[in-house]
Design a protein around this ligand. Structure first.
Ligand SMILES: O=C(O)C(=O)C[C@]1(C(=O)O)C=C[C@@H](O)C=C1
Length: 277
């Protein structure tokens, strides 16, 4: 890999995940300011790979990514990275926390700090930005009644102050990021596979029959989630993550049987499971 697109600008948590992923490899990091544009650029091969957030321990899935993967693009997950997320309330140098009336950030970041912000500020307005780093950039142009939520690094990059540190509602806050590209990840002993499928017909026990395929072969599921099928109200698609690689014999058998029980089956990739050091 020579280039990796990521949700920027510089100083986002995705930037942090990208640096963790490339370690000391010589890979150029290319910031995109919007998730959809980034994913489309990888899909039409303007970019070789892109790194995006997909799931957070407090707020759940990043729905736009799930929907793009299921309905619009033809991409594979090549790797996953887990990053601890520590949010800070950032303001102008010397600003008093009691003077903050508006807080700007990415929707996920605002949601991850909902309760702590209420305790700290009482009444305040929230404003959405495309990323935490963009939010910090914007408040620089505003007066000191504006605050932003972002990382310690982004506050430092812009010469702003941290008015309150570690304001996420749960100290174990973590976001899972994925690298998307046209190809699967390399085969390793403890891979994981992600897929999305739509049961063939809404009949009693169909989801049970699908899950049984995995249980019978002792395949461990690590996630299951439903999203609207975007057809009729009440029709759903299912995202399933499990341990194993799609090139393994028992996974191949499971997928072949699953294919017969689904009207849509898209394998979203097999990739090494991220291990925290
Ligand atoms: O805005 C950023 O800094 C991002 O990298 C995006 C994002 C997200 O979409 O989940 C990444 C990690 C945190 O969960 C909050 C925001």
């Amino acid at each position: 890999m020579e280039r990796l697109a990521y949700l920027g600008p510089r100083g986002t948590f995705t930037n942090e995940a990208a640096e963790k992923f490339i370690k000391d490899r010589e890979i150029e990091l290319v910031p995109y300011c919007e998730i959809r544009t980034l994913v489309e650029a990888v899909d039409n091969q303007q970019e070789e790979a892109g790194l995006v957030p997909i799931e957070n321990s407090l707020e759940g899935s990043v729905n736009i990514i799930l929907d793009l993967l299921a309905h619009q693009v033809d991409l594979k997950i090549q790797a996953e990275i887990l990053v601890p997320i520590n949010h800070n309330l950032i303001g102008h140098p010397g600003a008093d926390i009691d003077s903050i009336e508006k807080v700007l950030s990415h929707r996920q970041a605002l949601a991850q700090c909902r309760n702590s912000l209420k305790d700290l500020l009482g009444d305040f307005d929230t404003v959405n930005a495309d990323s935490t780093a963009q939010a910090v950039n914007i408040i620089q142009q505003k007066d000191s009644t504006w605050g932003a939520i972002g990382s310690r690094l982004v506050a430092k990059l812009h010469g702003l102050d941290i008015l309150a540190a570690n304001i996420q509602d749960n100290q174990l806050n973590r976001t899972r990021f994925v690298v998307l590209s046209k190809h699967d990840g390399r085969w390793v002993e403890d891979s994981k596979t992600s897929l999305v499928c739509s049961p063939v017909k809404n009949r009693p026990g169909i989801l049970y029959e699908i899950l049984k395929l995995f249980a019978l072969r002792n395949i461990n599921l690590t996630k299951i989630e439903s999203r609207p099928a975007r057809k009729k109200l009440g029709e759903y698609i299912f995202f399933i993550d499990f341990e194993g690689d799609r090139r393994d014999r028992k996974v191949k058998e499971t997928l072949a049987e699953l294919d017969r029980k689904t009207s849509m089956l898209k394998v979203l990739g097999s990739y090494p499971q991220f291990k925290e050091e």
